[in-house]
Design a protein around this ligand. Structure first.
Ligand code: HXC
Length: 258
């Protein structure tokens, strides 16, 4: 399918979304958010896709929500239309594993969208920030919540209260990104990671994702119980039987994704 503000491609078992509004540093306008939602719907309903990469350009993953579009909204516009929850949370609700491959600016809603993904890989050029305070508002798609959980209160407070950007090294040290790679190999590295994930059983990686995410939602006791139930449920999968049988037979498992 073709879109106005993104490029969506199926590459083997990986769905790749490239944000594509270069003149606005991939500012996340409503139309772009709708495009992402449609591409994710397409990838999620495609049995062959088992991991998804979201990336931007060399200069910007995304420089935030589209400020020019938001500038004329009033309270009733955003409240009645539930601005943010509609569409924006589609990345977070994706059931298949998602990887954000970030080069350049990931600011405001751009940083928030990257944080909605399951794994973030940063180019050495990446810069993360929540500069909403500089334009008279606050993060509205998880910046005060996911950033705090990822990097802790001290850095999250400082970034949200001052708009200071974090470079890739600081982001890795703080636990926001899984690893840093040279900018010119960012997409290759992200695709290799996605292909690796896609080589395993699709339902099992969905269970991993759901279980890890519960660590943010539940008490330890509840989370451990959830994990154990999901672990038990893998014994209903053909892929679990195949994986363990293949180990005993010293061969690679042939997963059927069921
Ligand atoms: C609309 C944007 C934009 C944005 C950049 N542009 N960011 N347009 N919304 N968020 C546009 C600029 O207006 C300019 O268009 C073009 O992209 C290039 O940007 P420059 O500013 O000329 O580039 P540069 O000098 O390199 O500065 C880069 C920058 C700066 C530091 C990233 O653009 C910037 O501060 N952008 C805004 C960052 C921000 O505040 N983000 C948070 C938004 S609020 P023209 O037409 O002039 O060439 C938010 C809330 C989320 O995200 C809440 C949940 C949805």
């Amino acid at each position: 399918m073709s879109y106005e503000n993104i490029i969506a491609e199926k590459k083997g078992n990986v769905g790749l979304i490239t944000l594509n509004r270069p003149k606005a540093l991939n500012a996340l306008c409503d139309a772009l958010i709708k495009d992402i939602g449609a591409a994710l719907d397409d990838f999620e309903s495609d049995e062959d896709i088992r991991a998804i990469v979201i990336t931007g350009s060399e200069r910007a993953f995304a420089a935030g929500a589209d400020i020019k579009e938001m500038a004329d909204y009033d309270y009733m516009d955003v409240y009645k239309n539930d601005f943010i929850t509609k569409g924006w949370t589609r990345v977070a609700s994706c059931r298949k594993p998602t990887i954000a491959a970030v080069a350049g600016f990931a600011l405001g809603g751009g940083c928030e969208m990257a944080m909605m993904c399951d794994i973030m890989i940063a180019a050495d050029t990446a810069k993360f920030g929540q500069p909403e305070i500089t334009i008279g508002t606050i993060p509205g798609a998880g910046g005060t919540q996911r950033l705090t959980r990822a990097v802790g209160k001290a850095k999250a407070m400082e970034m949200c209260l001052t708009g200071r950007m974090m470079d890739a090294e600081e982001a890795e040290r703080a636990g926001l990104v899984a690893r840093i790679v040279p900018a010119d190999s960012l997409l290759d590295e992200a695709m290799q990671l996605a292909e690796k994930i896609a080589s395993f059983s699709g339902p099992v990686s969905m269970k991993v994702k759901e279980s890890v995410n519960k660590a943010y939602e539940m008490t330890l006791t509840e989370g451990l119980m959830f994990e154990r139930r999901e672990f038990h449920s893998t014994f209903a999968l053909e892929d679990r039987a195949e994986g363990m049988k293949a180990f005993g037979e010293k061969r690679k498992p042939a997963f059927k994704h069921r």
